[in-house]
Write a protein that binds this ligand. Structure first.
Ligand SMILES: O=C(CO)[C@H](O)[C@H](O)COP(=O)(O)O
Ligand SMILES: [Fe+2]
Length: 245
C-alpha cells in the first residue's frame, strides 16, 4: 500500500476568509491529506496560523492533518498541536538543537513524527533519527511562502533519501512549487506524498480543485508506472506499512 501516491493540498494557498468552505472543497475534491503550514516569523520570515486555527478546522474533515511546523523553538508547542488534532507533526531539522528529543516527544504524544529539510540541508541530517520518524519532508523551495518556484537541485536529494529509507515504513514528502508539470520528476525520484498549495487552489472558486489534484496524482502515478521509481521492488515491510491513515 505504501506505493500509493498521496496529494496533500496546502491550505496556506486557501482563501482564509472562507477557510471552512475551502477545507470542505478540497476534501470533496479528493485531497488525501490536509497540509497545514505553521509559520512563526522567526524560523521563517512569515507568520501564518497556529494551533487554535487547526483546532477550529479539525472537525470539518476526517482527512489526515499533516502539520508542518516552521517554528523555533519547537518543543514547548508540540502538545498544543497534538491536542488541536494534528495526525502528522513535522519539525525542521534546522529549527532546534535537539531533533531526536523533539521526535521522541511527538511519538510520546501519539502522533506520527516527521522531519523537514530545507533546500541547503543535506540528507545526512536524518541519518541517526531514521528509526524515530514516519515521514521525511523535503522542502523544494525555501520555507516561508507559497507560490515559489520549484528547486530542481532537490531531485537528487529525494533520490538519495529514498535509498536511505530502504525498507523502513517512512513516507517521503515533497513540499514547495509542486505542480502537475514536475510531479512526475519528484515521484520518479522516490517521493510518495506531494504537497501542493498554489497548484491546487488555482481559480479560487473551487471548481478546478478536483481536476488540479487529479492531474498532480496522475502525473506522479504515471512516473511510477513508467518505472522511473519502482517502489514495488522494495521489501514488503515498506510496502505494507508506509501509510498513515
Ligand atoms: O511549506 C510551505 C512553504 O514554506 C508550503 O507548504 C508550500 O510552499 C506549498 O505551497 P506552494 O505549493 O504554493 O509552493
Ligand atoms: Fe509546508
Amino acid at each position: 500500500m505504501s506505493s500509493e501516491i498521496l496529494v496533500a493540498p496546502s491550505i496556506l494557498a486557501a482563501d482564509f476568509a472562507r477557510l471552512g468552505e475551502e477545507i470542505a472543497a478540497i476534501d470533496a475534491a479528493g485531497a488525501d491529506w490536509i497540509h497545514c503550514d505553521v509559520m512563526d516569523g522567526h524560523f521563517v520570515p512569515n507568520i501564518s496560523f497556529g494551533a487554535d486555527v487547526i483546532k477550529a478546522i479539525r472537525p470539518l474533515t476526517k482527512k489526515v492533518f499533516d502539520v508542518h511546523l516552521m517554528i523555533a523553538p519547537i518543543d514547548p508547542y508540540l502538545e498544543a498541536f497534538a491536542k488541536a488534532g494534528a495526525d502528522v507533526i513535522t519539525v525542521h531539522a534546522e529549527a532546534g538543537p535537539h531533533l531526536d528529543r523533539s521526535l521522541q516527544a511527538i511519538r510520546a504524544l501519539g502522533k506520527k513524527a516527521g522531519v523537514g529539510l530545507c533546500p541547503a540541508t543535506p540528507e545526512s541530517a536524518i541519518q541517526y533519527v531514521l528509526d524515530r520518524i514516519d515521514l521525511v519532508l523535503v522542502m523544494t523551495v525555501n520555507p516561508g511562502f507559497g507560490g515559489q518556484s520549484f528547486l530542481e537541485s532537490q531531485i537528487e536529494k529525494i533520490r538519495r533519501i529514498r535509498t536511505m529509507i530502504g525498507d523502513r515504513p517512512i513516507r517521503l514528502e515533497v513540499d514547495g512549487g509542486i505542480t502537475r508539470d514536475n510531479a512526475a520528476a519528484v515521484a520518479g525520484a522516490g517521493a510518495d506524498t506531494l504537497v501542493a498549495g498554489s497548484a491546487v487552489f488555482r481559480g479560487r472558486d473551487g471548481t478546478e480543485y478536483a481536476a488540479n489534484i487529479a492531474a498532480i496524482r496522475l502525473a506522479a502515478k504515471t512516473a511510477r508506472v513508467a518505472g522511473l521509481h519502482d517502489i514495488s521492488a522494495q521489501p514488503t515491510r515498506a510496502r505494507e506499512s508506509a501509510r498513515i491513515r
